[in-house]
Design a protein around this ligand. Structure first.
Ligand code: LMR
Length: 402
C-alpha cells in the first residue's frame, strides 16, 4: 500500500512558481525561477528559434525516427565547438566525447552516473556552498558522495577564495570538483581570471582532481560566448580530463525543450571510443535516447552562419536587459535611501542577485508585496522589468527598515 507515503515539500525553486500561480493578485511578480522575461513580463521565444522552426517544418524529408543513444551527431559536434572553441586542440585530437542529454540536469545526472561507475578516483564530488539546489540532489542519486567547499562569504557578499582553496586542498586527491562555468547560481559571484588560474593549479597540479563544469549561462552572463567559456577552455586547454554539462535553456530560451549536452574530455584519444561505449550503457536504461526537436533547433542555428550571428545579437540583448535591471534596481534603492550597501546588485554576474535578504524578509515581501522569490534571498533579475522595479524596491526597502 501507499498509506505510509509522506507529503513531500515543494522544490525550493520550482515551488515558488507553484505558490505564485495560486496568488490571485494582479500585481504579483515571479522572481523565483531563472527564466527570462521581456520588458512586458512575457516569456521570450527568440526570433532565430522561430526561423529555425520554420526551416524544420518546411523540410518534408524530416521524420520522427529514434535518435541514436547519444543524440544528433551534428548537435554534439557543434555543442563541443561552442563551449571549447572551434579551434580546440582537444576536439582536433579526438579527445572529446559528447552526448546530447536532457538539458543541464540530465547532463549532470548522466555524467554523475558515469563517474560513479567508471571513475578510478574517489567517488566523491565537491560542490560550492551555496550551489544550485538541484546539484545536492542529482549527485547523491547518481551514486557520488556529495560534499561542499566554501565559496561565498556573506560578510563581503563576495568570493571566499581562500576558503575555497583551503577546502579543495583538504579534499582527497582525485576528487571530482563541481564548478559553475560562469554566473554562479545562486550568488552571481564569479572568480576573476587570476583566481581561475590559481584554482586550476591547485586542482590539476597539487590535487589531480577532476573538474566537472556546469555551463548553464554561456553568453548570458557577459553577453559574449567566448568570455563566458573562459574557465572551461582554460582547464581543457591544459590537456587534463574535464567533464562539462551544457544547457541551452537560458541562452537559446529552450527551457521546456530540455536540450543540453555532456562532454567528457579525456587525456588519451585511445580511450575515447571505450568511454563513449560505456556512456551509452548509462543512458539507454535511463531514457533510451534523447528527444529530437530541441536539438534540431540548436543544430539549425549553430550550423547556419546567418542564424548564428542573429542568435548572438539576441543573446546579447537579453544579457544587456538584465544588466540594465541591475542598474535600475540599484538606483531605485538609492533613491529610497534604503539602509545598507547595495553595490553587490551591480557587481554580481548573470541571471541572479543574491540580495542578502533573509527568510523572514522574503516571506514579508511575498505577503505584503506579492513578490515571489527563493527563501535564500535570490532574485531572478531576468524576471524584472522597468515596470516592476519600483514595486521590488519598495518591498526591499520596507523589509529592511521594518
Ligand atoms: C534556477 O536556478 O532557477 C534555474 O536553473 C531553473 C531550475 O531548474 O532550477
Amino acid at each position: 500500500s501507499f498509506a505510509h507515503v509522506k507529503q513531500a515539500p515543494e522544490d525550493a525553486i520550482l515551488g515558488v512558481t507553484v505558490a505564485y500561480n495560486k496568488d490571485p493578485s494582479p500585481v504579483k511578480v515571479n522572481l523565483g525561477v531563472g527564466a527570462y522575461r521581456t520588458e512586458e513580463g512575457k516569456p521570450l521565444v527568440l526570433n532565430v528559434v522561430r526561423k529555425a522552426e520554420e526551416q524544420l517544418l518546411a523540410d518534408r524529408a524530416r521524420n520522427k525516427e529514434y535518435l541514436g543513444i547519444t543524440g544528433i551527431p551534428q548537435f554534439n559536434k557543434l555543442s563541443a565547438e561552442l563551449i571549447l572553441g572551434r579551434d580546440s586542440p582537444a576536439i582536433a585530437q579526438g579527445r572529446v566525447i559528447t552526448a546530447q542529454c536532457l538539458s543541464g540536469t540530465g547532463s549532470l545526472r548522466v555524467g554523475g552516473e558515469f563517474l560513479a561507475t567508471h571513475y578510478s578516483g574517489p567517488k566523491v564530488i565537491y560542490v560550492p556552498s551555496p550551489t544550485w539546489g538541484n546539484h545536492l540532489k542529482i549527485f547523491p542519486l547518481a551514486g557520488l558522495e556529495t560534499r561542499t567547499y566554501r565559496y561565498y562569504n556573506p560578510k563581503t557578499r563576495g568570493l571566499d577564495y581562500e576558503g575555497m582553496i583551503e577546502d579543495l586542498r583538504a579534499a582527497p586527491n582525485g576528487a571530482v570538483v563541481l564548478l559553475h562555468a560562469c554566473a554562479h547560481n545562486p550568488t552571481g559571484v564569479d572568480l576573476t581570471q587570476e583566481e581561475w588560474e590559481g584554482l586550476r593549479k591547485v586542482i590539476r597540479n597539487d590535487k589531480q582532481q577532476l573538474p566537472f563544469f556546469d555551463s548553464a549561462y554561456q553568453g548570458f552572463a557577459s553577453g559574449s560566448l567566448d568570455t563566458d567559456a573562459f574557465a572551461v577552455r582554460r582547464f581543457v586547454n591544459d590537456g587534463g580530463e574535464t567533464f562539462i554539462a551544457q544547457s541551452y535553456a537560458k541562452n537559446m530560451g529552450l527551457y521546456g525543450e530540455r536540450v543540453g549536452a555532456l562532454s567528457i574530455v579525456v587525456r588519451d584519444p585511445s580511450v575515447a571510443a571505450r568511454v563513449e561505449s560505456q556512456l551509452k550503457l548509462v543512458i539507454r536504461p535511463m531514457y533510451s535516447s534523447p528527444p529530437t526537436y530541441g536539438a534540431a533547433i540548436v543544430s539549425t542555428i549553430l550550423s547556419n552562419p546567418a542564424l548564428y550571428d542573429e542568435w548572438k545579437v539576441e543573446l546579447k540583448a537579453m544579457a544587456d536587459r538584465i544588466i540594465s535591471m541591475r542598474h535600475q534596481l540599484f538606483d531605485a534603492l538609492k533613491a529610497r535611501k534604503t539602509p545598507g550597501d547595495w553595490t553587490h546588485i551591480l557587481n554580481q554576474i548573470g541571471m541572479f542577485t543574491f540580495t542578502g535578504l533573509n527568510k523572514q524578509q522574503v516571506e514579508y515581501m511575498t505577503k505584503e508585496y506579492h513578490i515571489y522569490m527563493t527563501m535564500d534571498g535570490r532574485i531572478s533579475m531576468a524576471g524584472l522589468s522597468s515596470r516592476t522595479v519600483p514595486q521590488l524596491a519598495d518591498a526591499i526597502h520596507s523589509a529592511v527598515v521594518k
